[in-house]
Design a binder for this molecule. Structure first.
Ligand code: S3P
Length: 430
């Protein structure tokens, strides 16, 4: 449904907030809890549509999963206890569900079929199918390029060493999860470091992981994984909308509590510092093997452009839509490059970002692997084509705070994929 964002008052955002639990960690907690022995209790689980798709997938394989508000209790069945799914697994919009679960399904002695929504049907899956096939799993798809729906016949996997061509935590995680079921150790080597939540959580559940360097990790097969209590920290990808909202909106001062600041995820903080934004961290601590902090931001009228490229890109890939909004506000040129992966996210995010900001009057040009934006101009309200991409909808809802006129989102429900209650949280600060 279309949403017209109200924009007739002087916003200044003040107060304290928390954001929902991290999406990547929530998925992994269900997956590892399911294949462990005993109970896994997950607090602050993200009840977003993507993570619910993961819960439903494991329920189909005989895992008992109870929901009590934002707490989830998983009755682990052990590494070899999953049952042939009672029907087709529907990953909905979720690339993480599809790719990570493919790694687990590759190790099972049964057949399973995965499908999803129209956006997911277009996203590249060969990047997991190639390595998992090399390990011995068999994939069947009616589509030459092996998009979903596909059927996996698993079992009898061989451990191996694999070099990925793109830094992708989803690909790395799929291979590591398949490695749990292989006949000897499996190694993944990446071109640059991707988020390491799988490694941290696998270690936490008792898997035998060895990190040779930030880009090379090995796993030994057949560990006895034991259920754990996981407290899911706040998702920095969701906090990012409020970080930017606080930086660009006059008079703002916001404290976002309990946010995951894992260095493989928190590139946006380094970018904000490089652009001279007023941001600081406090109460830095470990929660369930992850780094967590409270993040303070305040209005920063003198921010300037920067170049974002190379190894930092995987650490902020999901934040690029909101970083684009920040760059439209900051004075001078911001260049985003080495980010061609944006084209294969929930939408082609180079197109959705550039089209949306162009419609709002920004000076932005798409490139092959990112965009160049000259910021500091006044933005105007416009109708935004979200392509049902949650991160595009939320980024442009924040752009609405500083434009003349109103942003109209062509779809508002898509925010439920990663941030149910987003608009309520935003309104609570105004
Ligand atoms: C994710 C990894 C990233 C990210 C996605 C979640 C994960 O994707 O964009 O939202 O949980 O592993 P890639 O692995 O494709 O870079």
């Amino acid at each position: 449904m279309e949403k017209i964002l109200i924009n007739d008052i002087q916003h200044n955002l003040k107060g304290e907030l928390t954001v929902p639990g991290d999406k990547s960690i929530s998925h992994r907690a269900i997956m590892l809890g399911s294949i462990s022995h005993g109970i896994t209790e997950i607090d602050n689980f993200l009840m977003g549509e993507d993570c619910i798709a993961t819960i439903n997938a494991f329920r189909k394989m005989g895992v008992e999963i109870k929901e009590q508000g934002s707490k989830v209790i998983v009755g682990g069945v052990g590494l070899h206890g999953l049952k042939e799914p009672s029907g087709i697994i529907d990953a909905k919009n979720s690339g993480t569900t599809t790719r990570l679960i493919s790694g687990i399904l590759a190790g099972q002695p049964f057949e399973s079929t995965i499908t999803g929504d129209d956006s997911l049907k277009k996203r590249p899956m060969k990047r997991v199918i190639d390595p998992l096939s090399k390990m011995g799993a068999k994939f069947l798809s009616i589509d030459e390029d092996y998009h979903i729906p596909f059927t996996i016949s698993g079992g009898n996997l061989k451990g191996f060493s694999y070099e990925t061509s793109v830094p992708s935590a989803q690909v790395k995680s799929a291979i590591l999860l398949a490695g749990l079921y292989a006949d000897c150790p499996t190694t993944v080597i990446e071109p640059s470091p991707s988020r390491d939540h799988s490694e941290l959580m696998l270690e936490y559940f008792g898997a035998l992981i060895k990190r040779h360097s930030p880009t090379e990790v090995s796993i030994k097969p057949n560990p006895r994984l034991m259920g754990q209590h996981i407290i899911v920290s706040g998702d920095i990808s969701s906090a990012a909308y409020f970080m930017v909202a606080g930086l660009i909106t006059e008079g703002s001062d916001i404290l976002i509590k309990d946010v995951n600041i894992n260095p493989t995820r928190s590139g946006i903080i380094r970018v904000i510092e490089a652009m001279d934004g007023n941001i600081s961290l406090s109460d830095i601590r470990k929660v369930s093997n992850e780094d967590v902090a409270d993040i303070h931001v305040a209005y920063s009228p003198n921010m300037h452009g920067t170049t974002i490229s190379g190894d930092i890109i995987p650490t902020l890939i999901d934040e690029i839509p909101i970083i684009a909004v920040l760059s439209a506000f900051a004075n001078g040129k911001t260049i985003v490059k080495d980010a061609a992966e944006l084209k294969v996210k929930e939408s082609n995010r180079i197109d959705t970002i550039v089209n949306g900001l162009t419609n709002m009057g920004a000076n932005i040009k798409a490139t092959n692997d990112g965009f160049v934006i000259n910021g500091g101009d006044l933005l105007f309200g416009a109708k935004i084509e979200t392509k049902k991409d949650h991160r595009i909808a939320m980024a442009f809802a924040v752009a609405n705070l500083i434009c003349k006129g109103s942003v109209i989102l062509d779809d508002e429900e898509c925010v439920n994929i990663s941030f149910p209650g987003f608009f309520k949280t935003l309104e609570s600060l105004i």
